[in-house]
Every structure is written in structure tokens, then in C-alpha cells.
Design a protein around this ligand. Structure first.
Ligand code: PHB
Length: 392
């Protein structure tokens, strides 16, 4: 089989790229190791920057997001018994939408299927060949048969554990990494929202986040030991922990409900520089990871794809390679801004084991500043909505 662009991975990056290329008349094939059911039900974060919303809308895949997602104009920072609002729209003119990543995935899969896009689920033994040549290929197995997909370009959107990044020789790549000594315990529960806006809470017992999914389903998280197991946490213990961390602020209480999903995620910051070699380009988690505190993961994947679409389009329409050559450099500007922001917000909000009383007071001092100085609040807001930095 032959295509112009071979895409490995049907997450937000791979599916959106395939859809945007289709709109420009460029052919692609998406290969995914999991099933359609799995990718459409994997629970991930759910904050979309306005730039992400605009891109999905322009690409014709934003209708359900607009109808079912919740538009938020601010969020709250809770610490030392008080809540403080960051007025995103007032400070930046931008807002965010809370809409789960797997819903974006469903919308993108539906669009690709409607356009007769080539999606292969359940592929295995995927390997990449000839990236130093003009005729790279992807070999894989599907339903018991071995295949080779010939393409002009291979795009690795297969996440942090995929084969793509490992196909760039280690000697040509530098990896930057920080592993945090804590994780997030996430729950989905039935019930009404506890708040009109997201609440990020710093408490001496640890961080907590109150988010939402719909008027009847809520998403909440609390900082935990990344090696802990969900079996150790009964519903009662979870609610006691969330109440202890969030309720004390201004006497508001969160609303309990029936918990129907529990998971623990580790927290890591990671950047691969470079994100390209020969005819192989990486996008999304294959190239970089952020801790979820800044809600940047999917937004960065979408931003990579936006740059890559323009670069591939310039290649096919004008025979230009300059945008492809500068892809990594262009994408990494936004990525490093988001890496810093996610690290900053994580460091400011979490309980750090072994931190001295002095260091704990510095966290509070920083939060005080962010919530009382318009300039500092604007730094927070610009980063949160995704317009900070020269790339804006
Ligand atoms: C979520 O709703 O899952 C969510 C929201 C904000 C974050 C992370 C996750 O920073």
C-alpha cells in the first residue's frame, strides 16, 4: 500500500493531522495499536485552549464541543483557607472550554470515517524504515497479515512509549526529563458541579483539583503517591480526602456523588530535542510530556499538528522544505513555554515531601502574588489560555 503521509497513532495528534491533511487534499493512513473502542474511552484531561477550539471549529469538527463543552472564563486558586479567581477573559480576552479528550477523539474518528479516511486499528509489530531516504515505509501486522506502507513522510504520534521516537538515533537526540515524586488520583462521579469554575487547591495534605465533565458528571483529582493503588481507596476515604483539601476554603463544600471511575497517573515533564530526523517527524506525547497541572497536553499536540500541517502543505503545494526543516525549532518554542508553565504551577501547588517550612512559605508567597498583582495574574492567565510567548 502507498500513501503520502503515514501516521502512527490515533490520539488527538494523529487523527487531527490526518483530518487537516485531508482538507488540503493530502492523503494519509493512520495506524493504531489499540481498538477504536479503547481510544474512544480512555480517560484523559479536558481543557481546550481557545486556539485549540478555533482550530477544531475551522476544521469542521467543533460542533459537539461547542454544544456540549463548557466555556469557562476563569478558574479559582484556593490556598490558606481562601479562594481567589483568575479572570482569564478579563486579563487576556481569551477563555477555555472544558471538554474531555476522548470526546475530541470520538469527533475526529467520526469525521475520518465519514470522509472514508484510512484508519487501521489493532495493528501490531509496527516498525519504521528508510527515514534517511525519500521513500520511508512503515511495516506492521493487521488481522494476521504482514503489511508495508510506503510513504513520503512518517509522522510519529504514538505517545511516549511508541516506536517513533526510538527510531531517531539516540546520538542525534537530547532528552530532557523531570519525574515528580507524586501522582494524581482521578475520579469520575455522578452529581452536579461543585463550582461554576475549576478549583486548583493547595492544602497541607496535598493538592486537589475540582473539574467537571457535564452537568451530571464531575472530574476531581487529588495528589497521591504515584505507587499507590486504587484498591487502597474506598469511596468514603476518597471523599474524606477531597473534603479535607477543598472544603476549608471560604466554607464552601464540594458535592459527593457515586464514583464510577478511579485512576492514578504519574507526573513527568519530558522533551525530546530534536522532534525530527530525515522523513520522520514526532508530534504530541511522542515528543513531549507535561504534568497535567497546566492542562497543556492535548493543546500542545494540536499546536504541533498545526505547524506540521502547514509544513507538509508547503511541501506538496510549493515544493518547499523550509517549513519542514524548521518544524522542531518552531514547535519547541511553544513546548518549552508550556513545560515551564506546567512545572511552575505543579511546584507551586503540590505538597513537596521534605520541603522546609521556609520553602512552604515561598509557595504561599508566590500564590499570594499571583492572586493579588494584576501583572502576576496576567502571567498565569496568558499561560493558561495559551497565548504566552513569542509564538502567540
Ligand atoms: C480535567 O478536567 O481532567 C483537568 C482539568 C484541568 C487540569 C487537568 C485536568 O489542569
Amino acid at each position: 500500500m502507498r500513501t503520502q503521509v503515514g501516521i502512527i497513532g490515533a490520539g488527538p495528534a494523529g487523527l487531527l493531522l490526518s483530518h487537516l491533511l485531508h482538507l488540503r487534499g493530502i492523503d494519509s493512513v493512520v495506524l493504531e495499536s489499540r481498538s477504536r473502542d479503547q481510544i474512544e474511552s480512555t480517560i484523559r484531561a479536558g481543557v481546550l485552549e481557545q486556539g485549540t477550539m478555533d482550530l477544531l471549529t475551522e476544521a469542521g469538527v467543533g460542533a459537539r464541543m461547542k454544544a456540549e463543552g463548557a466555556l469557562h472564563h476563569g478558574f479559582e486558586l484556593a490556598f490558606e483557607g481562601k479562594r481567589h479567581r483568575i479572570d482569564l477573559t478579563g486579563l487576556t480576552g481569551h477563555s477555555i472550554t472544558v471538554y474531555a479528550q476522548h470526546e475530541v477523539i470520538k469527533d475526529l474518528v467520526a469525521a475520518r470515517v465519514a470522509d472514508d479516511g484510512k484508519l487501521r486499528f489493532g495493528v501490531s509489530e509496527t516498525s519504521i524504515h528508510g527515514i534517511d531516504t525519500d521513500t520511508p515505509s512503515i511495516r506492521y501486522r493487521h488481522e494476521g497479515e504482514a503489511y508495508e506502507l510506503q510513504c513520503d513522510f512518517v509522522i510519529g504520534c504514538d505517545g511516549s512509549q511508541g516506536v517513533s521516537r526510538a527510531s531517531i538515533p539516540q546520538a542525534l537526540r537530547k532528552d530532557f526529563e523531570r519525574v515528580y515524586p507524586f501522582g494524581w488520583f482521578g475520579i469520575l462521579c455522578e452529581g452536579p458541579p461543585s463550582s461554576d469554575e475549576l478549583i486548583y487547591a493547595r492544602h497541607e495534605r496535598g493538592f486537589a483539583l475540582i473539574s467537571t465533565r457535564s452537568p451530571n458528571v464531575q472530574r476531581m483529582y487529588f495528589q497521591c503517591d504515584p505507587k499507590d493503588s486504587v484498591e487502597n481507596w474506598s469511596d468514603d476515604r476518597i471523599w474524606a480526602e477531597l473534603h479535607a483539601r477543598v472544603d476549608s476554603h471560604d466554607g464552601q463544600t464540594i458535592v459527593d456523588g457515586k464514583i464510577f471511575q478511579k485512576n492514578i497517573v504519574g507526573m513527568r515533564s519530558f522533551v525530546s530535542n530534536t522532534m525530527q530526523h530525515g522523513r520522520l517527524f514526532l508530534a504530541g506525547d511522542a515528543a513531549h510530556i507535561v504534568p497535567p497541572t497546566g492542562a497543556k497536553g492535548m493543546n500542545l499536540a494540536v499546536a504541533d499538528v498545526r505547524v506540521l500541517t502547514e509544513a507538509l502543505n508547503a511541501f506538496y503545494v510549493e515544493n518547499r522544505t523550509d517549513l519542514l526543516d524548521s518544524y522542531s525549532t518552531t514547535a519547541l518554542k511553544r513546548i518549552w513555554r508550556a513545560e515551564h508553565f506546567s512545572y511552575w504551577m505543579t511546584s507551586m501547588m503540590h505538597r513537596i515531601e521534605g520541603a522546609s517550612p521556609f520553602e512552604q512559605q515561598l509557595q504561599v508567597a508566590e500564590l499570594e502574588y499571583v492572586t493579588t498583582s494584576r501583572a502576576a495574574a496576567t502571567v498565569m492567565a496568558e499561560n493558561y489560555v495559551g497565548i504566552a510567548g513569542a509564538h502567540a
